[in-house]
Design a protein around this ligand. Structure first.
Ligand code: PGA
Length: 251
């Protein structure tokens, strides 16, 4: 059975106290469920605290929002995959549209980051998504195929059990405009079929594909009820514990 996952991407939000409170509210108000995982992704400097506070919950994992594309050395300000692993981080989010857009992360950089993460035994949440022009011009399938072909599809199939894909249409991120359940399902089905075509049915059937983009308590249930949607990557709504818990409960 495919893993169901609700991941909260806090982006550059919260301070030390908010972050700790958010983790403790989520731990207190969520229950362990079979095949269902919660992934919390606070900013780098709160990762260690989050890991300590979730230690007793096997179903709550912690993700970094980024990692360096370099191994180690004179790269001021960077945080390596090895450092993240050494404090107990489980996942790294790679390919988020905000990193591609504001920090000019190219496919080459993303590939280096994926390799850094995997070779340090971190799992990857890999994001892909089209912008509004590409959606309106009906180019979205090609865009996603290109984004995956130049990154994740280059991996050896044995590595794919360490990958989660997040489909995040850029026009839906932080805009309040969600993809309809039909639009999301259509794309998730397509992404899964690409994995089947490239790596076989077993890989395609087992890879978890999350939806991200203005997912909130009021729309989560209908989105998650689609057959190829295995959960969500939640931004804004993961910053309020009651909203995030309600999203967790809708899976
Ligand atoms: P949003 O962000 O839920 O605030 O739209 C999702 C994301 O960027 O991962």
């Amino acid at each position: 059975m495919r893993k169901k996952i609700i991941a909260g991407n806090w982006k550059m939000n919260t301070d030390k106290k908010d972050s700790k409170n958010l983790v403790s509210e989520i731990v207190k108000n969520s229950e362990e469920k079979n095949h269902t995982y919660i992934i919390l992704s606070p900013p780098y400097i709160y990762l260690q605290q989050a890991i300590t506070d979730c230690m007793h919950r096997k179903d709550i994992l912690v993700a970094s929002q980024n990692c360096s594309s370099f191994d180690n050395g004179a790269y001021t300000g960077e945080v390596s995959a090895k450092m993240l692993k050494s404090i107990g981080v489980d996942y790294v989010i790679i390919g988020h549209s905000e990193r591609r857009q504001y920090f000019k992360e190219s496919n080459d950089i993303l590939n280096d980051k994926i390799l850094q993460a995997l070779s340090n035994n971190l799992k990857v949440i890999f994001c892909c998504g089209e912008d509004i022009n590409q959606r309106e011009k009906n180019e979205f399938f090609d865009v996603i195929n290109d984004q995956l072909s130049s990154t994740i599809f280059k991996l050896d199939s044995k590595k794919l059990s360490n990958i989660i894909v997040a489909y995040e249409p850029i026009w839906a991120i932080g805009t309040g405009k969600t993809a309809s359940p039909e639009q999301a399902q259509e794309m998730h089905f397509y992404i899964r079929s690409l994995f089947k075509k490239n790596f076989g049915d077993n890989v395609g059937d087992n890879i978890s594909i999350l939806y991200g983009g203005s997912c909130k308590a009021s729309n989560a249930k209908t989105i998650f009820s689609q057959s190829d949607i295995d959960g969500g990557l939640i931004g804004g709504a993961s910053l309020k514990s009651a909203d995030f818990i309600s999203i967790i409960n809708s899976i």
